[in-house]
Design a protein around this ligand. Structure first.
Ligand code: ASP
Length: 470
């Protein structure tokens, strides 16, 4: 059999017999002549033929051998890349038939119910907009990786089965079979591991990290899991972190999204106070023209207060008795000038936190970290940690006794940044298999019940909610 060629290569193969493989994207029956649009990963090409094409249905997978021909000028189709040619079918083999699809895939798809798109996500991804978003996402991640590797960063994978790493959300917990009554937590971020890697002397770490947070979905946040570019550096100032991040995304936008333009460079930096006074929010949308889909307004917000008053929702911190909750997370360093205020007036202490804002969305956050055991201990006290809770983080306090470099980092959200750059209405539009707003996974029916035997092995019992718990 002749070698398969891609649809886009037909342009270079005029007057040659080629073999193409792909899906029947569209079909037009003109009686004696049938036209189909054949789609593969590289695009679409028109196939023309008679009886050989008669029985084909939309989305059948076929193998077509035929002669590539120039189209006369008046029949060219400028809307597709291969519009100057067509393929005269000689032999067609159906590799598999398709049923009628549950929804059209030749539109952008926003009009279709999201639950149905999600149930048949493998069809939804055939939609050119979705396929394009996933390809761009892959390019963005590769770009980030190359940029950081060139600058002496080390990519490290950290565990998914781990202990609680609070980032202000509820944990997902996983029961242990081997240790009865004990649980792992899925990481809300690799925060503690990346700090431990600084103690370990790597100095420059990054990871395209999956994070798990059991929080209510919003359009700029997926339910359950999301991906962030997690990075950490030793012996740096806050300015070093901001500068590196700014250079990375400025270059990335220029190279991968040349049609986009930035409202302002260098990106403006505001103190938390300033930005609240001026815009009434800590994530201002600074675009000059909010209807301009090509405009990207990045900015920084810094000088946050280290603590906020603790509210009832801060149940995951401390004993619930303390007055203070970290505004970022409990590893953020206080501004060195404000350390004396930790005892006197904690709410006045500034934290070395930085938030990255794009078109009104918070797309990343980070900080310089505490690297002194005593200061970390004091912050644990202020957020009301009990002795027991402190014990959960003893490994950090212990690590900090063995020579720890000053360090800090940031974690820009990959889904969120891509959503904002592409002007998509939700992060789910840039994720392959997102969990729906109601917590249902794409395609696969999770969460689902498990076999009684599995529960038994895990030493778990499900208590019916209408029965009284003992
Ligand atoms: N761990 C933080 C987060 O997920 C980011 C950081 O402080 O680097 O938001």
């Amino acid at each position: 059999m002749t070698q398969r060629v891609l649809v886009r290569d037909t342009l270079k193969l005029v007057n040659q017999i080629v073999r193409l493989s792909g899906w029947v994207h569209a079909r037009r029956d003109h009686g004696k002549l049938v036209f189909i649009d054949l789609r593969d990963r590289s695009g679409i090409v028109q196939i023309v033929g008679g009886d050989v094409l008669k029985d084909l249905r939309i989305e059948d997978v076929v193998d077509v051998s035929g002669l590539v021909k120039d189209r006369p000028a008046n029949l060219q189709n400028p809307k597709i890349e291969t519009g100057k040619v067509e393929v005269e079918a000689r032999k067609v083999t159906v590799l598999s038939h398709s049923k009628e699809l549950p929804f059209p895939i030749d539109t952008d798809g926003y009009e279709i119910d999201e639950e149905i798109r999600s149930k048949y996500r493998y069809l939804d991804i055939r939609r050119p907009r979705m396929a394009k978003n996933l390809r761009l996402r892959s390019k963005v991640v590769a770009y980030i990786r190359n940029f950081l590797l060139d600058r002496d960063f080390v990519e490290v994978e950290t565990p998914i089965l781990t202990k609680t790493t609070p980032e202000g959300a509820r944990d997902f917990i996983v029961p242990s079979r081997l240790k009865k009554g004990k649980f792992y937590a899925l990481p809300q971020s690799p925060q503690q591991y990346k700090q431990l890697l600084m103690v370990a002397g790597l100095e420059r770490y990054f990871q395209i990290a999956r994070c798990f947070r059991d929080e209510d979905p919003r359009k700029d946040r997926a339910y359950g899991e999301f991906t962030q570019l997690d990075l950490e550096m030793s012996f740096v100032t806050q300015n070093d972190i901001l500068t590196l991040t700014e250079e990375l995304f400025t270059r990335l936008v220029k190279d991968l999204f040349p049609d986009k333009h930035m409202t302002q460079t260098p990106w403006p930096r505001f103190s938390h106070n300033q930005v609240r006074q001026k815009y009434g929010t800590d994530k201002p949308d600074l675009r000059k023209d909010k209807n301009d889909v090509q405009e990207l307004a990045f900015s920084w917000t810094i000088d946050f207060p280290l603590f906020a008053e603790q509210s009832k929702e801060d149940f995951y911190y401390g004993s619930g008795q303390a007055k203070f909750a970290p505004s970022h997370h409990m590893f953020t360093a206080p501004h060195p000038d404000d350390i004396p205020l930790l005892d006197k007036d904690p709410l006045k202490v500034r934290g070395l936190q930085h938030d990255l804002v794009l078109n009104g969305f918070e797309v990343g956050g980070g900080s310089i970290r505490i690297h002194q055991r005593e200061v970390q201990d004091k912050v644990f006290d202020l957020i009301g940690f009990t002795k027991e809770q402190k014990k959960q983080f003893e490994h950090m306090l212990t690590a900090f006794t063995y020579g720890v470099p000053p360090h800090g980092g940031i974690a820009p959200g990959v889904d969120r940044i891509l959503m904002a750059i592409l002007g998509e209405p939700s992060v789910r539009e840039v994720m392959a298999f997102p969990t729906s707003a109601s917590g249902q996974t794409s395609v696969m029916d999770a969460p689902s019940v498990v076999e009684p035997q599995q529960l038994k092995e895990l030493h778990l019992k499900v208590v019916e909610s209408n029965k009284k718990e003992k």
